[in-house]
Design a protein around this ligand. Structure first.
Ligand code: MN
Length: 286
């Protein structure tokens, strides 16, 4: 039903076509927090009860052209960035075949490797851009469908798992290739991009059939469909929730297909996922 964005100076907005409606006033209804702060995102937790107020505020607001807006990460305070390694078969094959990707490490299937975590401090919105921190090492793009958890999930079955998704977004899991643990190589500042907004889950009844693509400087590098996920969104939530409680605002990066390739300062990325959204991201030196 709704496309929700954080924009400019921490404004909350609803995107309608090529304009955004400022609905920041609804945030006044959020609980006042004192130290220690909760480990989940309080806006995502409150989203079900705020939906009516968001719609009402959007109906009254003036539209601001989307073209002039700075998009922040649609989730402000995720407790966890969960990510799926090698969750597309053709990416598994390219990773196993290419020493510049696997670095003498055995690339295990996701059934064996499970999931990993990216530091929440690596998260930026699409307008921020990616800052390549180690120009002497290969840094790759990975486009991924991202699922945003809406309510506490523990030991959830795949059949019910999508009930726990609040929204979907477009993610980039930026990665330095090398011998270190994934969580280190994928947690540099700006290496988790999310945006430009989130689309509430009722808009996307089947996250397992979405076309998506990533271009660098106008050249298509990755093009796939989420039907080729090895573990579906529901199966990823089932797996994750067996190991830890998923909380409102936790973000699941669902994995990338084949075509990963280096990015360099000066590159311009264009990423899009059907029904979810699209963004341009600039790459610069840190
Ligand atoms: Mn990835």
């Amino acid at each position: 039903m709704t496309i929700i964005a954080r924009f400019n100076d921490n404004r909350l907005g609803v995107v309608q076509g090529d304009v955004i409606k400022d609905v920041t006033s609804v945030l006044d209804a959020l609980p006042a927090c004192r130290y220690p702060l909760p480990s989940h995102d309080i806006f995502i937790a409150a989203l079900p009860e705020l939906r009516g107020a968001i719609d009402a505020a959007a109906a009254k607001a003036q539209g601001i052209p989307v073209a002039g807006v700075t998009f922040l990460s649609p989730v402000a305070n995720p407790g966890k960035l969960v990510a799926a390694p090698v969750n597309y078969l053709k990416h598994l094959e390219e990773a196993q075949a290419d020493p510049a990707i696997h670095y003498q490490s055995q690339v295990a299937t996701i059934h064996r490797a499970g999931l990993f975590l990216k530091a929440t401090s690596s998260l930026v919105g699409s307008s921020h851009g990616i800052e390549v921190a180690m120009p002497d090492r290969r840094t790759d793009h990975e486009i991924e469908l991202a699922a945003i958890i809406g309510k506490r999930a523990k030991n959830v079955s795949r059949e019910n798992a999508l009930d726990y998704v609040a929204a979907y977004s477009l993610g980039l899991d930026i990665t330095i290739r090398g011998p270190e643990e994934r969580s280190l190589r994928k947690s540099l500042d700006t290496y988790s991009v999310l945006g430009p907004w989130m689309v509430t889950a009722d808009e996307i009844p089947d996250p397992g059939n979405l076309d998506f693509s990533l271009e660098i400087n106008g050249e298509v590098r990755q093009r796939a469909n989420t039907r080729d996920l090895i573990l579906s969104v529901g199966e990823l939530i089932e797996l994750a929730s067996r190991f830890y409680e998923l909380q409102p605002g936790d973000i699941i990066y669902t994995g990338t297909p084949e075509g990963v390739a280096p990015i360099l300062p000066g590159d311009k990325l264009h990423a899009s996922i059907e029904r979810v959204g699209e963004f341009n991201v600039e790459v610069r030196a840190a």
